[in-house]
Design a protein around this ligand. Structure first.
Ligand SMILES: Nc1ncnc2c1ncn2[C@@H]1O[C@H](COP(=O)(O)OP(=O)(O)OP(=O)(O)O)[C@@H](O)[C@H]1O
Length: 897
């Protein structure tokens, strides 16, 4: 069945700077696209016809696009023919943009972001290609390679709220970032300036106005601003400088994780927001100092959906409404950009999406649109509306240009001159159009029966009768059957007969009307253009003025600074002169002084043999010999040498003396230590001897008294009271001896009585003490007395010993005195008694010998007994009985001499 073509857009003239493609995804159910719904011919691959097979009466719609990618087209192919040139544009400093538009689930996200590997979308492929191009460029031999900076930003518009998708990457990696505060070009210049002023500052670590912990992402709503040059930018958007392709991929992936997606009836992962991923390419030509910037925007729009089909409700419904309204705003902008349309302005401000894409749709950008369709029968309406939208976009006129980022006044002047040239060209064009329009108007008027004599200076038509005809907008809009309404300048209406005549030529007038309409639109467009250029010039001039003012201000401040520095310099000069004068006078004084001094010296040296008294006459100038200074110097040097020599000698002497002193001190200390130890030993010996002799004496006295005999005490020691007193005093005062005596007393108290026979320890030294003891022992009166030897040969440790121990020195002294008195009163021992004493002594020695033997045998017995007891104890312990305490012999253990 043949369909009548209802709409045929195949002849729509295409725009060089806006390309429109259609991409059909494979059907979701795996089937082939519905047969009969689309018609494509091999010889016209760019044309497509769509028809509703169920409603054939509506006819079919024929379209022509820049290319049509059918279901099996690979991602690579799509990239090669659509987006690859965009990268090249960006590298040439021209803005470019790629849109994906279509119904929900038709493959927009698939096209823009893609999936992994072979199915990589436009963004990763563009990134790869961009980096490849840059690397190729850097490796080439081309001189003056520009310095390239790549900065990316990523945002989404969700429910008319702008949110930063690059934030995730910035926060997770913690890398330095800058937030947009102005248009990208301005941002770059500011960063550059900052980098110049502070080389340590990272390009991206400045201008941070956002904190990491800022408002929750869900509630985020960044503002869209416009700078002085009309450039739109998102305030506080993360601008991330990248140097590697994988960085870009990570930013994209992180942003996608954050992006709002949801499952709907139409798509399992439906994007609920529009995303804009931008790569800003800044190229700084270091040779010319010229900077160009090209921004590549890749926009994945949210899918339009029919609420009846998607059955969205709640939040999904709200999202769908926002999506549809923002998409219809895009549609309105596109429509108003159509030169055929009657819109007086472009409604960019109707939504945030259109505001943001202002430059890409009808502005300074090379733009491509990929209209995605899902070629299934049930999506016929969506496919048709998508293609209609795409078709409208073909009429959009963009004016891409190289974005020079001017950095100097010279550049600005150049730009103004360029704009002025542009104005002049446009003015000429306008005049030409006006002339052409008037020409046509004249022709029309002539055809209408008016006699045209010429044109006024304003370009209006002048009739032969002098009437000036002004073609106003009202007359054209108000025609209603009348093709043209003319207003005479004198207010008189033209002839009704002529009007009737013109009415009869209705068909022709229709054409004229269209022509006038077209001319009017063209004129308006030109006017608009002139206005734009004028405003651009004004802005540039204003900017220039601002910069001039700034420079003037800087100049003023620099002048002030120079003045300040000059005055400072003068002041410092004065100070210097003052200091120099002071120094000179001081120097002079010193020289004078030295001169006087040396003159005096000289005088004293010349007067030989006389006392060296110096009579100085400071007031009288003395003539100075020529070699005076040299001599004075020599003299001073020799003096210094003398002083040094004396000093050296003195130090040598001092060190020697010090050494001697140290040696003497050492010797003295050693001698002192030695004498101290000798004294100690002597003291100990004396103490022991004293105790021993005292005991012996007491024992012998007691024994002799018991026997009725009296033995004289050896005279040399005991009769010398001074010596004894000295001994006692010495021993009594010495803490060592006191401690020793005390210890002995204590040990006696614990261990019981000790035999008198010997001191506890033999003195180490056999000096005076040994001799002394020997003398006592060999004294006839001091031999072992028979009284101490008990019957049976044992030495009896009788009470006398205890008594003796208990006796104080005073008592001893008393006894000694008594004894001396007795001796004095008693007659001298006769000589024949000495035989008796000798006899007694021999006996005593004999007894002592015996006693020693006995003690040895007792000790052996004791040891044997102890051994037996020990064995018995061990046996008892083994058998489990408690050992009884060993009964020791009550007799004290005999001590060996
Ligand atoms: N050309 C294609 N080839 C293979 N699969 C495709 C193609 N286009 C889309 N798809 C698949 O279709 C599904 C939906 O695609 P996608 O999410 O890109 O749609 P969308 O237009 O972005 O939808 P929405 O607007 O709801 O986000 C995905 O699973 C995707 O893999």
């Amino acid at each position: 069945m043949d369909h009548t073509v209802v709409t045929d857009y195949t002849r729509v003239s295409e725009c060089e700077n806006v390309k429109v493609y259609v991409r059909a995804r494979p059907c979701a159910d795996g089937s082939e696209p519905f047969d009969g719904m689309f018609e494509r011919k091999k010889d016209t691959p760019k044309n497509i016809t769509i028809k509703d097979v169920d409603k054939s009466q509506y006819g079919e719609h024929a379209f022509s696009f820049d290319n049509i990618f059918w279901t099996q087209t690979s991602q690579e192919e799509v990239f090669e023919s659509t987006s690859k040139p965009l990268v090249e544009y960006a590298l040439r400093g021209i803005n470019s943009c790629c849109f994906a538009y279509g119904q929900t689930g038709s493959g927009k996200t698939f096209s823009i972001f893609g999936e992994t590997g072979e199915k990589d979308g436009i963004i990763p492929r563009c990134t790869d290609y961009l980096f490849d191009m840059i690397e190729r460029n850097q490796q080439s031999d081309r001189p003056n390679k520009p310095e390239i900076t790549l900065v990316v930003s990523f945002l989404e518009i969700y429910c008319d709220r702008v949110r930063d998708l690059g934030r995730e990457y910035v926060q997770k990696t913690g890398r330095p970032v800058s937030y947009q505060q102005s248009s990208s070009a301005d941002w770059y210049l500011r960063q550059k300036a900052m980098k110049r002023t502070d080389s340590t500052t990272s390009l991206l670590s400045t201008q941070s106005t956002k904190e990491d912990g800022r408002a929750d992402y869900e509630k985020e709503n960044l503002e869209i601003h416009e700078d002085a040059t009309g450039q739109v930018f998102v305030k506080d958007l993360s601008m991330i400088e990248v140097t590697r392709r994988d960085e870009v991929n990570v930013i994209v992936q992180m942003g996608l994780k954050l992006r709002s997606t949801h499952e709907t009836k139409m798509n399992a992962v439906s994007s609920r927001s529009h995303t804009v991923f931008s790569i800003h390419v800044f190229q700084h030509d270091l040779a010319t100092n010229e900077v160009i910037s090209g921004t590549l925007n890749m926009v994945d729009l949210a899918g339009s959906e029919r609420l009846k089909k998607s059955e969205s409700d709640g939040q999904r419904l709200k999202e769908a409404l926002h999506i549809n309204s923002s998409l219809s705003a895009v549609g309105k902008v596109v429509m108003s950009l159509d030169p055929e349309s009657r819109f007086n302005y472009i409604p960019y401000r109707d939504s945030k999406l259109t505001r943001l894409l202002q430059n890409s749709i009808g502005g300074n950008s090379f733009t491509i649109l990929i209209a995605t369709i899902h070629p299934m029968k049930e999506h016929y309406e969506e496919c048709l509306s998508t293609m209609q939208f795409a078709n409208r976009c073909r009429t959009v006129q963009n004016q891409p240009r190289v974005n020079y980022i001017n950095q100097s006044v010279v550049d600005k002047d150049r730009r103004i001159r360029k704009l002025q040239d542009e104005i002049a060209i446009l003015k000429r064009k306008l005049e030409y159009i006006r002339a052409e329009q008037n020409q046509r108007m004249g022709t029309i008027l002539k055809e209408l029966g008016y006699e045209v004599s010429g044109f006024t200076e304003e370009g209006n038509v002048q009739l032969a009768d002098g009437t000036v005809v002004v073609a106003t907008e009202e007359t054209i809009l108000d025609m209603n059957g009348n093709p043209i309404t003319l207003s005479r300048s004198d207010g008189a209406a033209h002839s009704p007969t002529k009007r009737k005549k013109s009415l009869s030529e209705h068909g022709r007038n229709q054409e004229l009307r269209r022509t006038i309409d077209f001319l009017r639109k063209e004129r308006d467009y030109m006017r608009q253009k002139v206005e734009d250029v004028k405003s651009a010039v004004l802005q540039a001039q204003a900017e220039l003025k601002r910069e001039k003012d700034d420079m003037l201000r800087q100049l003023q401040s620099q002048k002030r600074e120079i003045l300040r520095l000059e005055s400072e310099l003068v002041r410092k000069d004065e100070v210097l002169v003052r200091v120099q004068a002071q120094g000179a006078s001081k120097h002079k004084e010193e020289i004078q002084h030295i001169l006087e001094h040396s003159q005096a010296l000289q005088r004293s040296s010349t007067v030989a043999g006389r006392p060296s008294v110096i009579y100085s006459k400071p007031d009288v100038p003395v003539p100075v010999p020529v070699d005076f200074a040299q001599r004075a110097l020599l003299l001073e040097k020799s003096k210094e040498g003398d002083i040094a020599l004396i000093k050296e000698q003195y130090e040598c002497l001092l060190s020697r003396k010090k050494q001697e002193l140290a040696d003497l001190t050492k010797q003295w200390t050693e001698a002192q230590t030695a004498s101290k130890s000798t004294i100690e030993t002597l003291k100990e010996e004396m103490a022991e001897l004293y105790v021993y002799t005292t005991r012996l004496f007491q024992a012998s006295q007691v024994h002799l008294q018991r026997k009725g005999q009296d033995t004289p005490w050896p005279k040399p020691l005991l009769t010398n009271t001074t010596k004894l007193r000295h001994f006692r005093a010495l021993l009594g005062s010495d803490p060592v001896v006191q401690a020793r005596v005390q210890h002995e007393k204590d040990s006696k108290r614990i261990a019981g009585p000790r035999p008198v026979s010997a001191p506890a320890r033999r003195p180490l030294s056999a000096g005076y003490a040994t001799q002394f003891r020997g003398r006592i022992m060999h004294h006839p009166g001091m031999g072992p007395t028979p009284s101490v030897v008990a019957a049976g040969g044992d030495i009896v440790d009788d009470d006398s010993d205890q008594e003796l121990n208990a006796m104080s020195v005073n008592e001893l002294r008393m006894r000694l005195r008594e004894e001396r008195a007795r001796q004095r009163t008693r007659p001298e021992v006769p000589d024949d008694d000495s035989a008796l004493v000798e006899q007694l002594r021999t006996k005593l020695q004999h007894e002592m010998q015996r006693s020693r033997e006995l003690r040895a045998s007792i000790a052996a017995l004791q040891r044997q007994q102890d051994k037996h007891q020990h064995q018995a104890t061990q046996e008892r312990t083994k058998s489990g009985t408690r050992p009884k305490s060993a009964k020791r012999s009550a007799a004290p253990t005999p001590r060996e001499e």
